[in-house]
Design a protein around this ligand. Structure first.
Ligand code: KIV
Length: 275
């Protein structure tokens, strides 16, 4: 049965861990859904993992819709969340609502995710009031990583920790159903998790969050450029793919692929006559 945002909140109440991963296409989304993950996030990390950008900033609403639709075609059970891309929600409630509704109605997502707090808290409030389920995202927020001094741990100092905590409270007040905490010390994540009613989902935020999320390409060993400390690689598909491609190339060059067994046959009397 399809998981709902209510089920995600209930899991925290029952003390059950929440499992989440990103997906960007039909094939992998099907595998994740079948594996029984609670949440599949079509992250704007699609920009770096699939589209080859250096950051998530260039990702557009069109990109997000394209990938969300592909993932939605495969997802039967997990809760499907899609990221609002940079520039689509920060300055105008109307624009944010329009984009969020497109991700739900056209994309097939059940909820959307936005990064940060401050000025967007009122926008989040308007979204949740109009029936759009919203997931928050604090700590390292990749869309504004430049402002945060790059991809580094956030909230180590008292004033930073205080700000993240206050932002979390404000987002909860605005009606979010869960909160991603990225790259914060585990003590701060534990503090926030213990005080919020909605579940926290950690990525580089230690073991005390209510759930965990990773970028699928990191977990599968498909990301060569960055290897953050918190990533546990469960497979090395990068190397496995290299090996498979090299074998294919070798077999084609020496003529051993395809064999006749891997070819279609016909009655040779049916061959065309010589001209
Ligand atoms: O875009 C993404 O993949 C994310 C995760 C890091 C949570 O926001």
């Amino acid at each position: 049965m399809k998981i709902t945002v209510r089920d995600i909140i209930e899991k925290k109440k029952k003390g059950e861990k929440i499992t989440a991963l990103t997906a960007y296409d039909y094939a992998f989304a099907g595998v994740l859904d079948q594996a029984g993950l609670d949440i599949i996030l079509v992250g704007d990390s699609v920009g770096t993992t699939v589209l080859g950008y250096d950051s998530t900033v260039p990702v557009t609403m069109r990109d997000m819709l394209h990938h969300t639709k592909a993932v939605a075609r495969a997802v039967k059970n997990s809760l499907l969340v899609a990221d609002m891309p940079f520039g689509s929600y920060e300055n105008s409630t109307e624009r944010a609502l329009r984009g969020a509704r497109r991700l739900l109605k056209e994309g097939g997502a059940q909820a959307i995710k936005v990064e940060g707090a401050g000025g967007i808290v009122e926008i989040v409030k308007a979204m949740t009031a109009s029936g759009v389920p919203v997931m928050g995202h604090l700590g390292l927020t990749p869309q504004t990583a430049e402002q945060l001094g790059g991809y580094k741990v956030q909230g180590k100092l008292r004033n930073e920790a205080e700000k993240i905590w206050q932002d979390a409270r404000h987002l909860e007040g605005a009606g979010i159903f869960s909160l991603v905490l990225e790259c914060v010390p585990y003590q701060l994540a534990k503090f926030i998790t213990g005080r919020l009613k909605v579940p926290t989902i950690g990525i580089g935020a230690g073991p005390y969050c209510d759930g965990q999320i990773l970028v699928l390409n990191d977990l599968l060993g498909l990301e060569k450029r960055l290897r953050p400390k918190f990533v546990r690689r469960y497979a090395d598909l990068g190397r496995e793919t290299e090996r498979a491609v090299a074998s294919f190339k070798k077999d084609v060059l020496k003529g051993s692929y395809p064999s006749l067994k891997e070819s279609f046959a016909m009655d040779e009397n049916e061959l065309p006559g010589e001209a």
